[in-house]
Design a protein around this ligand. Structure first.
Ligand SMILES: [Zn+2]
Length: 542
């Protein structure tokens, strides 16, 4: 059997196990991890004739399988972004828009004929659900309503938070064959009604119709007349969601007017008149594809995992850092491992947990991946002689001195052509403009002039930025500010002993002193170009 078939069979087995546990109301994994495995199965089954992923997604058992009379669409969603929905509606006035809570439960469809409840099914995958009509007398759905036409009520079945694992438990209990004692605790929140004739003309009115059925529509809700009102509602709900008795994962927006709803219609997958705004998650599940080793500006080797694309907080993530080599060694991360990724400080995604190990371990480097010199304490000690450290130091300098529009591509070119070696060389670029113009046709005269002007402008940057841009280990903007207030003259700063820096803490004092000893020469040269107190005047080069 080839590897792919093997993976496929293992994954199928695993998902069936997850489903069985889920159906029993004792899930083995959380929803995020389940969704990840399901997606993996879909990818593996892409070219297979038999696809179990079509079936399993919503835990549909063959027993009591129910085919919906029309497809029960899901909602499009975005993360904390209201614009996305409103932009699509720019040709009409969508207001008022009804904003409601998005309860994290199980969607069910209840069919009424001649005023009687005749069928209940779970939404499932929208085409097939599970027939749960046998629970009719145990669910809080009215058995009889006054509307005689055939209607389909769409609702969310959910438990309050006091039931552990509420959503999974709700699904488990609904899909069980026997009547579970907890069914009496299951709540029903109605959120739509399908009919063949006009029964309601706006959603606000439909909410009142639900009440006449004896059902409680989702609260608090708000009829919004502007984007600001939606934003206000969203923020309020987001900040107070912990006080609710049940779990929500966002809000749902529906255009109130049924006429506009009907005019807009649906795409193949979702209605165009409704949209969910979800709270952004700060983590997700993915898989390690490869691990690279990056060299930092001061020689630290950091493992960076290339991962299968995933979304965190609505952002596409394809890379995540692992702390350091020690961590990699201890936790034995490897290729194909399934991992949890979290945002660290909202900027860098970080791997925080291994969900499943595949034991395809990565060889830990003993040499610097850039300059190939053996590592010392997991660091490359080659400083400016290591090409990668040189690049990182120059990128860091340009970025922190705020030289605008000077990216890594241009810096790499200047390094490769011997124009840039140390930060002071930035300020000589203008004297080499003709040479650069000859060698770098792609750069263009305008861009080059722009770069030179921006470098000139950066000479007028602040002392604080200058201290930051030096790249002393662990001296970021805040500590650089302290340095700039204590040491106005860089030449004096460079000549001081370690004792003079002790007020910053022992470790930092040592960092600064050692850095100064090593880097003195280029710092003095660079300092000569700085014009901290003069204002910048624009000029033309060519
Ligand atoms: Zn190196």
């Amino acid at each position: 059997m080839n590897e792919k078939m093997n993976d496929l069979q293992n994954l199928r087995k695993k998902i069936i196990e997850f489903n069985q546990a889920y159906e029993k109301g004792t899930p083995l994994i959380d929803d995020f991890v389940y969704d990840f495995y399901k997606k993996q199965l879909e990818i593996l089954e892409q070219h297979e004739t038999i696809k179990i992923s079509d079936e399993i997604g919503s835990n549909i058992k063959t027993e009591n399988k129910y085919e919906h009379e029309f497809s029960i669409l899901s909602l499009n969603h975005s993360f904390e972004n209201i614009d996305e929905f409103l932009k699509k509606l720019k040709n009409i006035n969508p207001f008022p828009i009804c904003a409601e809570l998005k309860i994290d439960g199980v969607t069910i469809i209840a069919k009424y004929e001649n005023g009687f409840l005749t069928k209940i099914a779970t939404r499932g995958n929208g085409f097939f659900g599970q027939d749960i009509t046998h629970l009719k007398n145990h669910l809080k759905l009215p058995n009889q309503i006054y509307i005689k036409e055939k209607i389909y009520l769409r609702a969310e079945a959910y438990f309050n938070k006091n039931i552990p694992n509420a959503r999974n438990k709700a699904a488990g209990i609904l899909l069980k064959n026997e009547i579970d004692a907890n069914l009496s605790e299951l709540k029903i929140a109605p959120h739509f009604l399908y009919s063949f004739n006009e029964i309601w003309s706006n959603y606000d009115e439909l909410r009142n119709i639900f009440k006449t059925f004896g059902l409680q529509p989702i609260n608090p809700y708000k009829l919004c007349f502007s984007q600001e009102e939606i934003e206000e509602y969203f923020t309020k709900i987001k900040n107070s969601r912990n006080e609710l008795d049940f779990t929500i994962d966002g809000i749902v927006l529906k255009i109130n007017d049924k006429k506009i709803q009907d005019e807009l219609g649906n795409t193949a997958k979702a209605p165009k008149f409704a949209h969910a705004i979800k709270f952004s998650n700060q983590f997700n599940i993915s898989k390690i594809r490869n691990i690279q080793f990056n060299v930092g500006k001061n020689g630290k080797i950091t493992p960076v995992a290339e991962i299968e694309e995933t979304l965190i907080d609505g952002r596409k993530i394809i890379k995540a850092t692992l702390n350091n080599l020690k961590d990699l060694k201890e936790k034995e991360y490897g290729i194909d491992d399934i991992i949890k990724i979290e945002m660290a400080g909202d900027v860098i995604p970080k791997i925080t947990e291994i969900i499943e190990k595949k034991n395809k371990l990565i060889e830990i480097p003993t040499k610097c991946p850039a300059c190939l010199v053996p590592l010392e304490n997991e660091n490359c000690n080659q400083g400016w002689n290591c090409i990668e450290q040189k690049k990182q130091r120059l990128y860091y300098f340009a970025q922190n001195l705020e030289i605008e529009n000077l990216g890594t591509k241009q810096i790499d070119f200047f390094i490769e052509n011997g124009i840039l070696n140390y930060p002071n060389d930035f300020f000589e670029i203008k004297n080499k403009a003709n040479q650069i113009k000859k060698n770098a046709k792609w750069l263009g005269e305008k861009s080059l002039t722009n770069i030179i002007q921006n470098i000139e402008k950066a000479q007028h940057s602040s002392l604080e930025n200058f201290y930051t841009s030096l790249g002393i280990t662990n001296i970021g903007k805040n500590k650089a500010k302290i340095l700039s207030s204590h040491f106005e003259n860089i030449e004096i700063f460079l000549s001081l002993d370690m004792e003079n820096f002790l007020f910053m803490g022992k470790e930092i004092a040592k960092n600064i002193f050692e850095f100064n000893q090593k880097e003195k020469d280029w710092i003095i040269k660079t300092y000569q170009y700085m014009k901290f107190n003069e204002t910048y005047k624009e000029y033309s080069l060519f």
